[in-house]
Design a protein around this ligand. Structure first.
Ligand SMILES: C[S@@+](CC[C@H](N)C(=O)[O-])C[C@H]1O[C@@H](n2cnc3c(N)ncnc32)[C@H](O)[C@@H]1O
Length: 266
């Protein structure tokens, strides 16, 4: 499946910021508690974006690990490099396209992670196989993605605003099925751990910032909604009035993120 997708730096950072401000729980803390991290590990983070997970591993392991972050976006890698210099950390950030064979030897890493990215792969089994190949025997794969019930209210409001059916999202429609299946078929042991994080908005504005950053990220998937830029703005205005009405009536909008963590051992 070819997915025409490019994450923009500002959209990704806008969503991360909204999660940090309005979420009840911290997903980075959950990941750190879930992944069996150990000092001395060799770690590869695939689709690392601006390096959020890599920095979190580095801090947890007090820098006593070899960490590599790979991403296809030169813009996000530049952000990661900037942060690496600012923090004086020695994480290696490198170009990596997960639709191509990875430029690493077999049996290299103790942990391969991929957070909110794998479902954009053109050929999921190929990408999982590459992650499996570069892992040492006994090494861990950890990946996160949205479950089908993820942020239901977000889709309900868009549906109400447009009267249209929501197209299947590559994440929530594939994560707990195709991706989990591909992992199970290769790894000797696989667990699924669920993380729920309600984001509570008592005003419409942050919800709209989140919506804009999500819809523009996935704009290519919403072609029936937005054929041109004007249409995007018209839809955003409708979403705004529905969100404002809900807040007036119910006092808040609670959007629950439901994330699946897949932890597997080679
Ligand atoms: C939602 S972001 C997640 C970034 C980061 N893991 C995080 O959680 O903050 C998805 C990431 O997947 C990356 N990505 C998309 N297609 C890719 C590809 N073909 N190869 C590698 N990375 C890709 C994007 O550039 C982006 O950084």
């Amino acid at each position: 499946m070819k997915i025409d997708y490019k994450e923009t730096t500002s959209d990704l950072l806008a969503r991360i910021n909204i999660h940090e401000k309005y979420g009840t729980r911290n997903i980075d803390d959950w990941m750190i508690a879930t992944i069996p991290l150990k000092e001395g590990m060799k770690i590869l983070d695939v689709g690392c974006g601006a390096g959020k997970q890599c920095f979190s591993y580095f801090d947890t392991l007090h820098g006593k690990a070899e960490i590599v972050g790979g991403d296809v976006s030169a813009e996000l890698l530049a952000k990661a490099h900037e942060e690496n210099s600012k923090r004086k950390t020695d994480i290696v950030f490198t170009a990596l396209d997960f639709n191509q064979p990875f430029d690493f030897e077999d049996n290299t890493f103790d942990l391969a992670s991929c957070s909110f990215a794998i479902y954009y792969a053109e050929d999921i089994p190929f990408t999982i196989k590459e992650m499996h190949r570069v892992l040492k025997q006994g090494g861990y794969l950890f990946t996160t993605g949205p479950m089908p019930e993820n942020k239901q209210v977000f889709y309900d409001i868009i549906k109400e605003a447009t009267g249209k059916t929501i197209p299947p999202m590559p994440g929530s429609s594939r994560y707990s099925t195709e991706i989990l299946g591909a992992v199970k078929s290769l790894f000797s042991h696989t667990d699924v751990i669920i993380f729920e994080n309600p984001l509570t908005f008592d005003e419409a504005e942050p919800f709209l910032i989140y919506t804009r950053a999500s819809l523009s990220e996935d704009r290519k998937l919403w072609t029936s909604f937005f054929e041109n830029k004007d249409e995007f703005e018209v839809v955003m205005q409708k979403i705004q009035s529905i969100a404002e009405k809900r807040i007036e009536q119910e006092g808040k909008i609670v959007m629950t993120k439901v994330v699946g963590g897949i932890l597997a051992q080679k």
